[in-house]
Every structure is written in structure tokens, then in C-alpha cells.
Design a protein around this ligand. Structure first.
Ligand SMILES: [Zn+2]
Length: 512
């Protein structure tokens, strides 16, 4: 053990990006907008009431603090959330900075990554594995490396081989980030005490569309629940990662990682059983979506009949949380043209429109031009008469659902527009709707709306659960950068054949 037996020195690291290969490339500015923290600034942020770093890191730090002495060695924590590929030159800058900072702190006794795991660079498909491998090379084979991962991570052999333990979220929406950080802290203590891990890893030729990756119920939830029944004195962790199909990498495919305390056969046995059960269940991963016509018909009906319960329509194809632009107009235009009553929609990402509303001022009426500067083929320009209802700085603290609760949200200068029968929350930062505060913070009532349209894929479910049970939530089948309809993507690098894109894809369990 380095320097001081009583005070293990644990390096803290994290590179967080979920790359949609069909979205615009991101670099330093995009990371700094979410967070890019170096050295002590990481610990300072983690200690705040509403930190920007992930709950996994704060959970890890709290657990290490509460379970003995240690010395945190904060290196670098950065995140651009969900976006496009990272510019490779910027990735190399980050990698070099990590190398330089970590080398200066060696030796360390352990490394903890608060990582997403679905990054893609403009040149390599597995920056997460590349970073893990570099850190392994620096710290040597005997220093424990533990990483928490988003369950949308795409897992490579390099990621598995370079680490001692990978712990993915068990929930989607991701309400267990803190809990997984706590688990990582306890596991780190075990590894520091000398426990050695053995891992088994299977990747299925199965790419589950995001909307089939909910964990409260359905095939993915069933797989995760079964996995958790295997945890015992031997099996330390079972992580089942749905992955992120829009990454379009050779590492795509549902991943099963089973980590055992020293027992390779046990890890393999459990891993194989879980993968086999899920593969036999694969037909349940084909998404059930609602057509635009049906969405409009429902909104019209409910807008005209106060005795019926309100509904929520998720524009899952345009989810900023999956790297989409948050500004497609199909639902807005169709609801407007149909005159569906009491519809609210947001967040709609359109900085020039928000700025124009600000210039004109509250109460002004004008011809609103949506997407006047957008380049994406899905972000079609559209215009309509609008009134500026109210103007906001866009900053609030998330309320419902643990993915947003207590975290500072910044949507940038925000304008509430009335566009015919539709109330639209127009923002300057590209973010998904995580909870009802994304409307209520701007004076837009969610409980009074008849139809709520959110730019989000699944995380909103935790933050709207107090109003909308699953039976009143509909996922729209529309074009967009995050459509769950796999046939809409020009995939180039997915391993083929892969289910459900290739319905006849086959898989045989490993023989040992
Ligand atoms: Zn995720």
C-alpha cells in the first residue's frame, strides 16, 4: 500500500458521454457546459447541496468517508451528457491531462471511475475502454479499478479486461445512481482488503431499442430482477447493460457482466444462465409505438371531454437525452393544425426563437419562426402566430424523480409561447424533460393540461409519475435522431446480424 497504510489513496476519475453517432460532434465547450472539473474542484462540487457531478460519485465519497479513513485523489471529472461523438483531438487532450495528473499522484491504492460508458470519438469506437486501459497501464495490475456505469453503456472487452469491477445502474430512469456509488465504495473497501474478483462477460446480438429498456416492468426489468437474485457471498455484482444503439459501434449489444469473489466458474455459470434467459425472451424487445395520427386523435378527444384523464405523449424520437436536437415539429404542427385543446409541449430547443421572444417582451404577438438556424434534416423549419406568455432565466432545481431531484437544471433563457391552442416552453439549452418542474418552473401547469408532450425518452417517467401512471403515457412513432424504430437508422458499425433489426439473428451460449 502506498505512502500510508491507514489512508488508502483513491484516484477519482470520470469521462461521461453518451454518443449518438448521428448527432453533431462535441468538444470542450459542450463538456464545460455540463461539467469539466479538475483536481480539488471535483470534491468542492460533490460537497454542494445540488452538485453537478453524478450521484454515483457523491455516493462513493460518502461511503468511503463513512467506512474508514482514506485520501481522495481527485483527478478529472467531465461530462457532456448525451450528445454526438467527441472530437478525437479533444478526447486526446482529456486523456493526456488524465495521464499527466495521475502520474503526478502515483502511487495510488485504488481508482474509482464515475463513468457513463457509451462514448464514441470521431476516430475510435471505445474511448471508455481506451481510458480504462491507459489508467490500468499507469497504476499497474494490482491496484483495484472500480467503475460505475450507466446501463446504456456499450461494453467492450477492453473495458472488462482493464478493470476489477464494473457496476451498472439497475434502474431506468436512473434513480439508483447514489446507491450504485455506495455499492462501489463498499466494493472498493473489499478490494483494498485483498479480495480478488473474477468476471464473466457475454454480449448478445440483441440491441434493445431505448423504449424497451424500462426497468419497472417488461423484459429488461425482468432480466435485471433475476440477476439480482444471484447476489450472494460468492457473486459480488450482476450488471446487465441494455446499451445505446445510436452509438452504432461494434461493441453494441446487450451486455451481461457477472463479477464473483475469486470464483470464475460461478461467474460464468450465472452469466450464461442470465444471457440465455434474456435471449429466449428477445421478442419482447420489439417496441410498441403510437402513430402521429393516433396521438392527435387522442389529444383532440381528451381536449374535448373533461371527464377523461389527461395523457402524456413522449416524443421519444427527439430526446435530447439521447443526443437528439429537441426541436422536431411534427407533434407541434399536427396538434396546432388540429386545434387540440390545452396541450403543453417542452422543452423545445430553439435559442434564436427564445431570444426573439425576449426582445419582443411578454405579451407581444408575432410570427414565430421555429428552427430558423437548424441544420439537422429532422429539425424542419415551421412558423405560426404566437404570443409571448412569459420569460425566464431557465434555472431551477429539479424536483420529482431522483434523476433530477436536487440537481441544478439550467435550460438557458426560456420563453413560454402560446401557439394557437398549444403552450410551448422554448429553451436555449438542449435538455430533455426530466420532471414536471420543467414546465411548472415557468408557470405552466401540468395538472391542468389535457395533453402533455415531452421531449424525452424514458427518464421523464420518474419525474411525472405522481401525475401519469404508465397506462396514460404514449410513445410517439415519429422521425428523429433518437427514434426507437431501428429501420430508420443508417447503421454502419453494429455487429450484424442483430435482433430485432435482423429478426433471424441467432446466438449460441458459450460452451464453458
Ligand atoms: Zn442512461
Amino acid at each position: 500500500m502506498a505512502k500510508n497504510d491507514a489512508q488508502p489513496r483513491i484516484a477519482l476519475l470520470g469521462f461521461n458521454l453518451e454518443s449518438n453517432r448521428f448527432s453533431p460532434v462535441v468538444a470542450r465547450k459542450d463538456f464545460e457546459e455540463d461539467f469539466h472539473l479538475v483536481g480539488e474542484a471535483i470534491l468542492a462540487d460533490a460537497a454542494k447541496d445540488a452538485p453537478r457531478v453524478l450521484g454515483t460519485l457523491t455516493g462513493f465519497i460518502q461511503t468511503m468517508n463513512g467506512s474508514g479513513s482514506w485520501t481522495p485523489v481527485p483527478i478529472l471529472m467531465t461530462s457532456a451528457g448525451a450528445a454526438g461523438c467527441v472530437d478525437h483531438a479533444f478526447y486526446l487532450e482529456v486523456k493526456d491531462e488524465v495521464r499527466r495528473l495521475l502520474e503526478a499522484e502515483l502511487p495510488v491504492d485504488g481508482v474509482y471511475f464515475s463513468e457513463h460508458g457509451a462514448a464514441v470519438s470521431t476516430e475510435i469506437t471505445d474511448p471508455d475502454g481506451d481510458l480504462f486501459a491507459m489508467v490500468r497501464g499507469l497504476v499497474g495490475p494490482d491496484v483495484p479499478i472500480v467503475s460505475t456505469l450507466d446501463l446504456h453503456a456499450n461494453i467492450s472487452d477492453t473495458m472488462v479486461d482493464s478493470t476489477d469491477l464494473l457496476i451498472s445502474y439497475l434502474t431506468n430512469p436512473h434513480v439508483d445512481q447514489h446507491e450504485r456509488g455506495v455499492e462501489a465504495g463498499h466494493a472498493m473497501r473489499e478490494l483494498l482488503a485483498g479480495v480478488k474478483t473474477e468476471k464473466a462477460f457475454i454480449r448478445l446480438p440483441l440491441v434493445a431499442p431505448n423504449v424497451t429498456q424500462l426497468t419497472a416492468s417488461g423484459p429488461y426489468g425482468d432480466a435485471i430482477d433475476l440477476g439480482q437474485t444471484k447476489i450472494d457471498d460468492t457473486i459480488m455484482n450482476v450488471s446487465i447493460l441494455g446499451g445505446f444503439m445510436q452509438g452504432d459501434t461494434p461493441e453494441n449489444g446487450m451486455a451481461f457482466i457477472v463479477t464473483a469473489r475469486g470464483d470464475r466458474d460461478a461467474a460464468r455459470r450465472v452469466c450464461r444462465e442470465l444471457a440465455e434467459r434474456t435471449w429466449n425472451d428477445r421478442h419482447r424487445f420489439v417496441p410498441q409505438l403510437t402513430s402521429l395520427d393516433d396521438c392527435v386523435a387522442m389529444a383532440l378527444d381528451i381536449g374535448n371531454d373533461a371527464s377523461k384523464d389527461s395523457i402524456l405523449i413522449a416524443d421519444v424520437a427527439d430526446n435530447p437525452g439521447s443526443g437528439a436536437r429537441g426541436n422536431t415539429t411534427w407533434l407541434l404542427k399536427a396538434m396546432h393544425d388540429a386545434g387540440a385543446r390545452d396541450v403543453i409541449l417542452g422543452p423545445f430547443f430553439d435559442p434564436p426563437l427564445s431570444a426573439e421572444a425576449r426582445e419582443r417582451g411578454a405579451g407581444a404577438t408575432f410570427r414565430a419562426q421555429f428552427n430558423r438556424e437548424e441544420q439537422s434534416e429532422f429539425s424542419e423549419a415551421w412558423e405560426a402566430d404566437a404570443e409571448v406568455v412569459s420569460l425566464w432565466d431557465g434555472i431551477f432545481v429539479g424536483r420529482g424523480g431522483a434523476t433530477a431531484a436536487g440537481r441544478r437544471v439550467d435550460l438557458g433563457p426560456t420563453a413560454v409561447l402560446r401557439v394557437g391552442t398549444i403552450t410551448v416552453v422554448v429553451t436555449s439549452h438542449r435538455k430533455q424533460a426530466l420532471d414536471s418542474a420543467h414546465f411548472e418552473s415557468f408557470g405552466v401547469s401540468v395538472v391542468d393540461a389535457r395533453t402533455v408532450i415531452v421531449k424525452s425518452r424514458g427518464h421523464f417517467r420518474a419525474g411525472f409519475a405522481h401525475i401519469f401512471p404508465p397506462a396514460r403515457i404514449f410513445e410517439a412513432d415519429l422521425p428523429g435522431l433518437s427514434t426507437p424504430n431501428m429501420k430508420n437508422y443508417p447503421f454502419e458499425r453494429l455487429p450484424r446480424p442483430i435482433f430485432p433489426l435482423d429478426p433471424d439473428a441467432t446466438w449460441e451460449p458459450p460452451t464453458q
